[in-house]
Design a protein. Sequence first.
Length: 215
Amino acid sequence: MLERKTQPEETAAQHEVGTVSLVEGATVMVRAGAATLRAKRAVGCLVAPQPGDLVLVGVAARGAWVLSVLERPRETATTLSLDGDVALTVDTGRLTVSARDGVDVASPATLRATADRVEVSAREAEGSFEGVRLLGGLVELEGARVRVVAEALEQTVGRFTQRLGRAYRFIEEVDQLRAGGIDYVARRLLAVHGEHATVSADGLVKVDGAQIHVG
């Protein structure tokens, strides 16, 4: 059997506990006793060191690495810092992210979510977009009150059906309708009123009723 010989100077390491004095780029300066160590943050040290942190440093012939942040003297924001592409994978079970004071997700590039089913529950919702494109086989919207405010609204559909208890439209300027055929049916009253009214046709104009009053 062949035994692999290791270099003692490459594998031998010692550990030091010290205080971070300076963080400059990838370099972390750590005061350990009377010595000052120039170290790098280890890949496994996810918490980014800050000046004043008490850290554990591994020292070997090849260099020194901050292995872990042991203690922070004051309550400040903790940053998990990673380089390059990062994937968080849960082979079995669920992944839950929760925070008492809120959760922020930000990216200057694309933010993508892919799931078999998406559920969002909130007391209030607010969104701001330069442009929105929604594609779906079926879109359902339910609410006690829905308000749409827009400078311009365009709709293009193959068939449009509305079922309403009451409908009110208030148009300040012009209301135009262009259709191949128009059929209005009122069970009780149909009233058309205006300061001026014109009914014209290229062909036949027919008025039919049990009683017709003019004037």
